[in-house]
Design a protein around this ligand. Structure first.
Ligand SMILES: *Cc1c(COP(=O)(O)O)cnc(C)c1O
Length: 455
């Protein structure tokens, strides 16, 4: 008789976490304060009020360990949460490794990625506080489609500035946003002062997340009925993603395994933080020994090659100054297909945790990421998003290292989303049209030379 091997560790609906986990009170030292761009003094909640509803601002600066998830948000989470945890047994066999490979799959959300976890929460708090319109940026389109969907659930208007290169590469993501009722503009655009200023200098600009953020922030700052929503980087966004790690802890217990290494790809840091922060919390209490590994593209290496310094979150310098790993706010990353990883900075919280030695970072080249994604798809049947391919590549590296050592190793990674809207990048990869990008040393040096000097 065939012995059934367990490959799925699922939790019932009532195990959807009741709180988001805020790691700040558990860290050995606090984060550097966020500074006002004009005065360079720490900002207060009121400074952010034109952009965000007060409940999200209070989460941004909260020192509470646990923040209750509103019932209405939890009810919407129930559409795809708890998300499944899989053991990648066929991939293990294909690699002939003694390692155990697990992945938490966030592609089961209707928008196809983890981004919906925070989109629903952000739309909810905005609705509660009377916001009518939300403006945002999107790189690859995953965040834009998540926010568009959440806005349609709560009856909010949604305006999305989509990075030009993705707007051209990913028409179906745009169609999805429009199906949810959002209005989508390629960025840089002529609709905003910041967009017009960039186009005047670079009429053929590919766009960047930094530019699209400037446009979306400008629109919100100028209209009292419009607030701004960000899909990554900020503390409250990372906080909302901690449902991922809390579920994973329970699911790994069901599997009777304890991770030695935990992996996530990092663009702004939110899916990585969502999986690892609850584990770092345990590690600080001596309940986990796992290494936390952030994986970034070699073409946009903010954690491994950036400075840990105060910088702007956007190109036009409309945002407050945050201390983070940055390549400089004027750096425009090469047009790699993992659009969600093309950001010059990194979440201040992820940067801080790295600085404290509680996490490490590695880089992966574009072609290695796609090769890993193809291998994963052929063993596991899921085509990962190009961003998630970076995490897959490092998980495979870890499994092969364990094989070389002839030792077992338990690997857990975040499969942050599926690649069903990214098939053009797979077509290009299979046709040999994709390339690796060298580390753009010169442009980064120039952008870093322009970092604001904060004494
Ligand atoms: C946006 C996105 C990322 C990168 O953003 P993080 O905030 O670093 O998680 C990674 N994977 C997918 C599928 C995404 O949509």
């Amino acid at each position: 008789m065939l012995r059934m091997e367990t490959i799925q560790y699922n939790l019932p609906q009532d195990r959807i976490p009741r709180v988001w986990y805020n790691i700040l009170p558990d860290l050995p030292s606090p984060m550097a304060p966020t500074l006002h761009p004009g005065t360079c003094k720490p900002i207060g909640p009121d400074d952010l009020a034109p952009l965000f509803p007060m409940s999200l601002i209070l989460q941004e600066v909260s020192n509470e360990r646990e923040i209750e998830i509103p019932g209405e948000v939890r009810q919407i989470y129930a559409q795809w949460r708890p998300s499944p945890l899989f053991r990648a047994r066929r991939l293990e066999k294909a690699l002939d490794t003694p390692a155990h490979i697990y992945y938490k799959y966030e592609g089961v959300s209707p928008a196809g990625s983890h981004k919906l976890n925070t989109a629903v929460a952000q739309a909810y708090y905005n609705k509660m506080e009377g916001t009518k319109h939300l403006s945002t940026e999107t790189g690859a389109g995953q965040w834009g489609s998540s926010l568009a969907m959440a806005c349609s659930y709560f009856g909010l208007d949604c305006k999305v500035y989509m990075v030009r290169v993705s707007y051209d590469q990913k028409p179906y993501r745009r169609a999805l946003m429009e199906a949810f009722g959002a209005s989508v503009t390629a960025s840089p655009s002529m609709e905003t002062e910041s967009g017009r200023a960039i186009l005047a200098e670079h009429p053929d600009s590919n766009g960047s997340l930094g530019m699209a953020i400037s446009e979306a922030v400008e629109v919100a700052a100028k209209d009292p009925n419009t607030k701004y929503a960000l899909g990554s980087v900020l503390n409250h966004v990372l906080l909302h993603q901690t449902v991922i790690g809390q579920e994973a802890i329970e699911q790994m217990a069901l599997a009777g395994d304890d991770p030695d290494v935990i992996i996530g790809c990092t663009g702004g840091g939110s899916n990585f933080a969502g999986l690892v922060m609850p584990y770092i919390g345990r590690k600080l209490k001596g309940q986990s020994h796992a290494r936390m590994v952030a994986v970034e593209p070699a073409a946009c290496p903010s954690l491994t090659k950036g400075h840990f310094a105060y910088d702007f979150g956007d190109t036009a310098h409309l945002t407050p100054l945050v201390k983070m790993h940055t390549l400089g706010s004027t750096f425009v990353p090469p047009g790699i297909h993992a659009g969600g990883l093309r950001y010059h900075g990194m979440a201040p919280l992820v940067s801080h945790v790295l600085d404290l030695g509680l996490a490490e970072a590695v880089t992966v080249q574009q072609l290695d990421a796609f090769a890993a994604g193809i291998q994963f798809a052929r063993s596991e049947g899921i085509v990962p998003a190009p961003e998630a391919n970076h995490a897959v590549a490092e998980a495979i590296n870890q499994a092969l290292e364990a094989k070389a050592e002839g030792k077992s190793r338990t690997i857990l990674f975040n499969l942050s989303g599926h690649g069903h809207f990214d098939m053009q990048s797979y077509i290009d990869y299979q046709a040999g049209k994709l390339q690796n990008y060298d580390y753009p040393a010169e442009e980064i040096a120039m952008a870093l030379a322009g970092l604001p000097s904060i004494s």
